[in-house]
Each structure stands twice: as structure tokens, then as C-alpha cells.
Design a protein. Structure first.
Length: 393
């Protein structure tokens, strides 16, 4: 899988370049006058920071590659699941100023790949005696005492390893590589049932976001639609409503192009943002986020783009309400206001630079983020660790 290979390359390279901020502040830092302690910022405060060394506890770990949030609705407690090279470290961030490490999940027996949550369960693609999907009941964290190791509650075989996307509205999980496998999580979340393996064509998705569509193309209202950045430099859109007959609705190329990396739909499903992780490196452009009009799912249009202020790679995209949250590697967290996207206008309204000495197109810095219901943004910085950030928008 290209994404995981690239993350491994970046993680190995951190051994040769120690952090330039060896004494990073762990506590709260208010963004004032364009900085929060050593970090350039705009309207984003640091609530707290957990260094990579605290998370890993082992010289074998190669960096904080991804982070995923989990919110327990009944209690309101919030957790950050931080993916390292061989395991996932679990940190409670209910009090974001005082994060508490609960334990870890996974083992060195098999490397961890993509992960996603559905309800109170974590699903993780692993390579342990062949590709598998591990299932972990997250409610086990609620009564946890001192940091502990948590084994998986269940595991099912997969036909191949790949990325992972779960549609919380339908309860279907999708593992994707050259093909797509769908699993039904509804009958028993700890015993996923495989419902199809499908070859969507020559474009290999790098990510998928699957939703019950409610956008402006009336032909597909209420359908389960998946959107993804794909290899061969394209945006792909699939209709997976009929599990016996999934359909590739479109594959649309864009220029200038390089390696499509991630996508995110706006809340109204009318527009889509696409991150290309390599256009900053090869031609030397600033960060480019491509904006798509989805009036027709069979013929989407890349109608403009947003050019960021640095040459950092854009690696992760999340949209919450009117804001887009971007993990832009060496430029850290960037927040865009999307209210004028229909006019082709987006503007940056918040930022927190986790790698203040770098703003070029390498692989250090923010690789992944998630936005918790409390409004706290958790950011995994490859060679730094876990940031808990509080936007003031």
C-alpha cells in the first residue's frame, strides 16, 4: 500500500534527524501575537502535548503516524488512539490539559495498518499470519487503571490488506486496495460479515469516504456513495448501495496532478476537497487543495483550488461544519473557512505549526488529525508526538 510505505519511509528517516525542539512545552500555551511558546500560530492554543518518547516507550517505534478520536457518548469521555509502527497507544483526553495514557493495543507480532471506529468498537487492519481485521471493544478503556496492554477481542481474515473506511450511517466497513471488500458490522460488531469483493477498475483508491448522500445530484439521493482520491491521479466516486452490484460512477482526472492523497466532503455534500501530497515536492508549488463541484456525481468538476502559504505537504483532511481541518506536515494544523466555497473562495482562519523550523515538502510534522465533539483537535506529529489543540474561531 503506497500510503503505509511512504509513512514507513518517513518514520525510518526520523532516526537520523533528532527533534529540534527537545524541550517542548507539555502544558497549555495560549496563542498570542502570532505564537504559542515556540510555535507560530493563529487563533489556536495548545491545551497539552505528549512527546513521542512518552508514547512509544521503545526505540523500535518509528513515529506517530496517525491519530483517531473516540467519544463515549454516555459518559462524555474522550480518547485519542495514536498509531505507532507496531501498536496503538491510547490516551484519555477528557481533560485536554491533563492527558492520561491508558495503555496500548496491538503487538510487534504484526504491523498495524489503517484503523477506524464504529460505535464503541475499534477496527484495525493488521498483517499477522496474513491480512486480518482486528476488533477491539473500546468500552474496556472506561474502567482501566494503570497503563495496560489490551489484546483484540476478535479477528477476521481479509482477502488482502489495505485502507479502511467505515460508514457510521450504514454500519458497513470497506477495506480497499486494488479491489474493495465490504463487511457488514450490524449483526454483530465483533463478527463482521463479508458481503462483497469488488474490482472497481484500474484506479486504486488511496482513501474512501462513504456516506448516505444528500447532495445536489438528485439521481443519487439516499444512496450509499463512496468518494476517494485514487492512483493514476484522479477522483473516484462509487455507488455501493446495492451490495450485489456496486457501480463505479466516475473517475475524473485533474491537472496539474501528482499523487492524490485524501478527500473530504463538505457537510452539505455539494463540494469536495482533495489533497495531493506530491505536487508541492515535484513542481515546487505551495500547498494545493483542490476544490470539486459535485453537482453531477458522474461528471464532477475541479473548479478551482486553494493555495496555502507554505510548501508543506497536505496529508489529512477533515471537515466539521463550516471548517476544514488540514494536517499539513511541516506546516502543522491549518483551518479553512468554507462558507464561500461555492464562489471558489476559502480562507485560512487558524493554524498551529508543530514543526516551526521547517515549512518545506518533506514528511515531518502533522500526519493525521481528528476533531473531537468537545472541539479539541488531536494532531499526530511524526517525530514530535501528540498535540491537543484548542481553536478559538
Amino acid at each position: 500500500m503506497r500510503k503505509h510505505q511512504l509513512l514507513l519511509f518517513a518514520a525510518v528517516s526520523i532516526l537520523a534527524l533528532p527533534s529540534v525542539l527537545a524541550a517542548q512545552p507539555r502544558g497549555s500555551l495560549r496563542c498570542e501575537g502570532g505564537s504559542a511558546g515556540p510555535y507560530p500560530c493563529r487563533a489556536v492554543d495548545q491545551a497539552s502535548f505528549v512527546p513521542l518518547n512518552d508514547l512509544s516507550g521503545s526505540p523500535l517505534e518509528r513515529g506517530a503516524r496517525a491519530v483517531l478520536g473516540w467519544h463515549h457518548e454516555a459518559s462524555g469521555r474522550e480518547f485519542a488512539l495514536v498509531s505507532l509502527s507496531t501498536r496503538t497507544v491510547i490516551v484519555e483526553v477528557t481533560d485536554p490539559e491533563s492527558p492520561r495514557q491508558i495503555g496500548d493495543y496491538g503487538s510487534e507480532e504484526g504491523g498495524l495498518g489503517a484503523m477506524a471506529t464504529f460505535g464503541d468498537h475499534l477496527y484495525a487492519v493488521v498483517n499477522r499470519d496474513g491480512p486480518k481485521l482486528d476488533v477491539f471493544d473500546l468500552t474496556r478503556l472506561l474502567g482501566a487503571g494503570p497503563p495496560a496492554h489490551f489484546p483484540a477481542d476478535a479477528s477476521v481474515d481479509l482477502p488482502f490488506p489495505g485502507g479502511l473506511s467505515i460508514n457510521p450511517e450504514t454500519g458497513y466497513a470497506y477495506v480497499f486496495s486494488n479491489s474493495v471488500v465490504a463487511l457488514d458490522l450490524n449483526p454483530d460488531p465483533e463478527d463482521p460479515e463479508q458481503v462483497f469483493v469488488w474490482d472497481p477498475g484500474p484506479a486504486q483508491p488511496h482513501n474512501l469516504e462513504c456516506v448516505l448522500y444528500h447532495g445536489s445530484d438528485s439521481r443519487f439521493l439516499g444512496h450509499e456513495i463512496c468518494f476517494g482520491a485514487a492512483s493514476r491521479r484522479s477522483l473516484v466516486i462509487y455507488d455501493v448501495t446495492d451490495k450485489a452490484n456496486p457501480v463505479a460512477l466516475s473517475r475524473t482526472f485533474y491537472r496539474p496532478f501528482n499523487v492524490p492523497w485524501d478527500t473530504a466532503l463538505t457537510a452539505d455534500h455539494r463540494f469536495l476537497l482533495l489533497a495531493d501530497a506530491f505536487d508541492e515536492h515535484s513542481p515546487g508549488y505551495n500547498t494545493r487543495t483542490f476544490l470539486w463541484n459535485l453537482s453531477s456525481l458522474t461528471a464532477p468538476v475541479n473548479f478551482t483550488r486553494y493555495d496555502g502559504p507554505t510548501r508543506a505537504r497536505d496529508l489529512d483532511l477533515e471537515v466539521r461544519g463550516r471548517y476544514a481541518y488540514l494536517a499539513n506536515a511541516t506546516a502543522g494544523l491549518r483551518i479553512l473557512d468554507l462558507r464561500q466555497i461555492a464562489r471558489g473562495r476559502v480562507r485560512e482562519v487558524g493554524s498551529f505549526d508543530v514543526e516551526p523550523t521547517l515549512n518545506n515538502a518533506n514528511w515531518f510534522g502533522a500526519h493525521s488529525l481528528d476533531v473531537l465533539p468537545s472541539g479539541i483537535v488531536i494532531v499526530a506529529s511524526l517525530r514530535q508526538g501528540l498535540f491537543m489543540l484548542r481553536p478559538r474561531l
